[in-house]
Design a protein around this ligand. Structure first.
Ligand code: ADP
Ligand code: MG
Ligand code: MG
Length: 347
């Protein structure tokens, strides 16, 4: 990790601001936000930019600084946060977005709440182990966030349905309190039942190949059908469930070291061809550990997970079903003796 540093990445006031890349984004706009943010420490890096812990109006915030070539991604993510009613405990909370620049130089930022525990991927790789209670709670909260995204709210202000299109453990953050929020809406598309339009109309191959559903890999997904897009999210969600189960401590067995799904077969940034051969032709899925089947709670999670990664997209559970399943498990777990035993041994 880089040394903490303080810097302002923004140009001084008094310059004429424009988006600079000819993408159609209007001339700018709010310069106060950009001037007010202090970047303190790099905390993450993705395909579209760098994320910094920063300070804004005396609060810790996360500042996502987009690469100058990624204006479309900045515009899409900003507009989803700004235009849709996006307040939900399990969706990353948006604070502001800004673009500024002169000539060929453009700075695009998105400011959100900062979560010091970082992504679920980092959390699972670094945390010692999860109790069964922690595991169910993390997954239930992530499912609530995903179900919120997928569901249209008709009203004023309403919210279109959204398909995320890049669900993975690096795009889910862990909040203090052991719950998750869904982040990185850079590839999300919206759907409104009023006009039946998907906006923007997405390319088939976009996102993270390791998490691509079979129908993306074999090009059979119909990108004009919104439900197909949410079904592909559910496949990716199932892989996240598997990653989380790896770190769950169950009675009489040790948790397995964290690893990415398909890591034994697929190197970093695998090709579509390799993933297609694994997922479609060999019908491979991540291995279900035998000890997960020794508890009725984790067995139920396994059953839900395998229903979500089925080859036939229409057979997968919806995010609403998954949310309900995990809510029932969470409630029953809280009332159970296992919960007491976990608390007693403080594991
Ligand atoms: P990209 O679109 O480039 O993939 P992300 O929004 O996924 O960018 O962020 C990249 C990484 O930065 C995440 O995987 C996570 O580790 C970290 N990160 C992003 N947002 C936050 C935040 N609000 N708080 C803490 N860490 C964050
Ligand atoms: Mg990301
Ligand atoms: Mg992204």
């Amino acid at each position: 990790q880089q040394e903490p540093m303080t810097q302002s990445l923004y140009s001084p006031p008094g310059l004429e601001f424009s988006s600079g890349s000819g993408s159609g984004v209007p001339k700018i706009v709010q310069r106060t936000i950009a001037k007010e943010v202090c970047h303190l420490q790099a905390v993450g890096r993705g395909r579209f930019g760098e994320v910094w812990r920063g300070e804004w109006r005396h609060e810790d915030v996360a500042v996502k600084v987009f690469y100058s070539t990624e204006e479309a991604s900045w515009a899409r993510e900003s507009s989803i946060y700004e235009q849709c009613l996006m307040r939900h405990e399990n969706v990353l909370a948006f604070l502001a977005s800004d673009i500024c620049g002169t000539g060929g130089w453009t700075q695009m930022v998105l400011i959100t709440e900062y979560h010091p525990l970082g992504s679920l991927h980092d959390f699972l790789s670094q945390q010692p182990v999860l109790t069964l209670g922690n595991t169910i709670r993390l997954l239930f909260s992530a499912a609530k966030g995903l179900a919120f995204l997928h569901t249209e709210i008709c009203g004023s202000p309403g919210k279109p349905a959204l398909a995320h299109r890049d669900i993975k453990s690096r795009n889910i953050l862990v909040k203090t309190g052991g719950v998750c929020c869904i982040a990185d809406l850079g590839l999300a598309v919206r759907y409104s039942s009023i006009n039946g339009m998907i906006d923007p109309s997405p390319p088939l191959v976009q996102g993270t190949k390791r998490y691509f559903a079979p129908e993306i890999l074999d090009s059979s997904l119909d990108t004009r059908c919104f439900e197909s897009l949410t079904q592909a999210d559910m496949y990716a969600f199932a892989l996240v469930v598997w990653e989380t189960l790896l770190r769950c401590r169950l009675p009489d067995s040790d948790p397995v070291p964290y690893r990415l799904p398909f890591s034994e077969h697929a190197p970093n940034d695998p090709s579509v061809e390799l993933m297609q051969s694994l997922v479609c032709e060999q019908a491979l899925r991540p291995t279900v550990c035998q000890h997960w089947l020794t508890s009725s709670y984790s067995s139920a999670v396994v059953e839900m997970m395998t229903e979500c990664w089925q080859h036939r997209a229409s057979a997968r559970l919806t995010s609403l079903r998954v949310k309900k399943c995990l809510r029932d498990l969470d409630e029953s777990f809280r009332r159970s003796d296992v919960q007491g035993a976990e608390a007693d041994c403080n594991c």
